[in-house]
Unconditional design. Structure first.
Length: 566
């Protein structure tokens, strides 16, 4: 002590104030602590008359009656979605980042779009007065007249949204659907760098993790308002180039969207929280020593509670069961999938060959007799290729964008503990997933025309806890099944007859079931599948046109054929 005496520090102080010294920075006679660690001070000193300001609000429940949504959102938000927006906005107002980790299908994108619109509206209110300083100074005593009129300039800084390549089109659709006044730009493609100078003309820039990784030397010098990452588990590896590149992007606020923030271990959590609020969980080595090892290896509940107190203000997760009262009985969504590059090239080449073959038949009397056969064969080839090239030809070692997107979605659903029905018109398509499920060591049921013990497969899915997946071919399982255990339905490919899709959905969406149903349609972008969906939306009688043998393609005009194969 200053007077030379010796004082003994109580042993409990080392535990009680440990975090204060781990996360704080010593400044001679004081310790500075970031607001992301305010829980430490609140826990120890809240009842000692200290004023912590508005930072305390991040630990309080959201007051629903005080939520004011931004104008220009063309959607009726459900209660939990309003709370999610308000939660993100509150963190933003405290210069903190947050991870919205709702279950798949609960509208994380919509909640973020509301936050983005709020930020855009706030920017619109910020006007910078700029003097006209363009005139030259004539001489030492002829200064510019600063009383000239000033013009207002919008203080516009774009936000950056980083998504998996397969989700770029879906984000476009969500913007157009929910807030069409938001100006967005895609920063993808071969000549993307030419558009960087135009960034400030937009409210949002949509790009991919691959582009961030490749263009980080350019992008790290551009300031953004919000940096949002969708499917945030993409940065779960702190040693990866993607993670290191994301950390270099400059932004005022950070948002992560992920239905599965922890896929494998607690290290996934460290990476995402460190992105959102740098240093919140200490260094990676400290986190592994203090939290990951005690929790994962020794199941230390005290450490688990301690970690939960740190991260809970920055992660908001609602499961489908928790918000069931806010959900409609049936929620349907279309996921647009981007073809892999080699798949796309092969598709365009095959489509051109088919189109030329068909159009030749209009002028050739002999070929005209076989026109319908050529059309149906061509349609089938393109449908198979849009799903996966290997279904069309086993020798094609080409990746499928749709296959990767479906796998990603299934990984999340299995991790979240949900059950899903998976329908396809093609048994070969289902068998690709059989192989994948076996690799993952996932239990599953399978029902095709070759299945003899149908009810046993149904019972397995209905009654076995770890059997989360049921693969069903349309012809074998479109009718006559009652599968109430599933709360997700995946339609892997569109069908000409829209009634068949409805029958498939009704296998799970039965009267009397308690859980809500989410239906996902997977459509490969810029393929025959979009044409099928377009024809469905026009409510044409597709079953009569394409299925009825008496009328098969008989009345299609050349212009209609052209449109289908365009």
């Amino acid at each position: 002590m200053p007077d030379g005496t010796i004082g003994i520090i109580p042993i409990e102080w080392f535990a009680k104030y440990k975090e204060l010294f781990v996360f704080g920075k010593s400044n001679k006679e004081s310790i500075e602590l970031s607001s992301i660690h305010s829980h430490i001070l609140l826990r120890e000193f809240k009842n000692k008359g200290l004023n912590f300001g508005k930072i305390e609000e991040i630990y309080q429940p959201i007051s629903l009656d005080k939520i004011i949504l931004p104008k220009g959102i063309e959607a009726e938000l459900r209660t939990y979605q309003k709370i999610g927006f308000a939660w993100l906005n509150r963190l933003k107002n405290n210069n903190l980042g947050g991870c919205l980790a709702d279950d798949m299908g609960l509208g994380k994108t919509l909640q973020f779009i509301c936050l983005l619109k709020q930020v855009i509206d706030e920017q619109d209110e910020t006007i910078i007065e700029v003097s006209n300083l363009s005139k030259p100074q004539l001489d030492l005593f002829s200064l510019i007249d600063n009383s000239e009129p000033k013009h207002a300039v919008k203080n516009s800084i774009p936000s950056l949204i980083v998504v998996p390549t397969s989700l770029v089109h879906n984000w476009e659709n969500e913007f157009n659907k929910f807030s069409p006044k938001i100006k967005y730009k895609k920063y993808i493609g071969a000549n993307r760098s030419e558009s960087i100078e135009l960034f400030n003309e937009y409210d949002a820039i949509i790009t991919t993790y691959g582009v961030i990784r490749n263009d980080i030397t350019i992008l790290k010098n551009i300031p953004f308002e919000i940096l949002a990452i969708d499917e945030a588990q993409y940065i779960k590896n702190p040693q990866s180039k993607t993670y290191k590149a994301i950390l270099e992007i400059q932004s005022k606020y950070k948002v992560a969207l992920s239905g599965t923030p922890i896929e494998n271990s607690l290290s996934d959590l460290w990476a995402q929280l460190n992105f959102l609020n740098r240093g919140i969980l200490g260094s990676y080595s400290y986190f592994k020593r203090e939290y990951q090892s005690p929790i994962e290896k020794r199941e230390n509940l005290e450490k688990q509670d301690e970690l939960l107190k740190i991260v809970s203000p920055f992660i908001l997760r609602r499961t489908k069961q928790e918000v069931a009262k806010d959900l409609p009985e049936l929620t349907e969504k279309t996921i647009f999938c981007t073809m892999a590059e080699e798949q796309k090239n092969y598709y365009e080449e095959l489509k051109s060959k088919i189109r030329n073959k068909i159009l030749e038949g209009f002028d050739n009397p002999i070929e005209k007799q076989h026109r319908n056969i050529h059309i149906l064969k061509g349609l089938m080839q393109l449908r198979l290729l849009a799903n996966h090239p290997s279904i069309l030809d086993n020798n094609l070692a080409i990746e499928s964008g749709k296959f990767e997107e479906i796998k990603r979605s299934l990984d999340k659903i299995v991790l979240q503990g949900h059950k899903v029905l998976i329908f396809s018109s093609f048994v070969k398509h289902l068998m690709l997933f059989v192989d994948y499920f076996k690799q993952q060591k996932w239990n599953f049921s399978l029902l095709t025309g070759q299945t003899e013990l149908r009810q046993e497969e149904v019972a397995k899915f209905q009654q076995t806890e770890d059997c989360k997946l049921f693969l069903v071919s349309l012809k074998a399982g479109g009718v006559g099944l009652n599968i109430t255990a599933a709360d997700y339905v995946f339609l892997l490919d569109p069908w000409w007859n829209l009634a068949a899709e409805k029958q498939a959905i009704s296998r799970a969406h039965r009267i009397g079931r308690q859980d809500k149903i989410f239906v996902y349609r997977f459509i490969t972008q810029n393929t025959i599948e979009e044409k099928i969906q377009h024809l469905q939306s026009k409510k044409e009688n597709l079953s009569e046109t394409f299925v009825n043998s008496k009328n098969i393609l008989k009345y299609l005009k050349e212009s209609q054929i052209n449109e289908i194969f365009e």
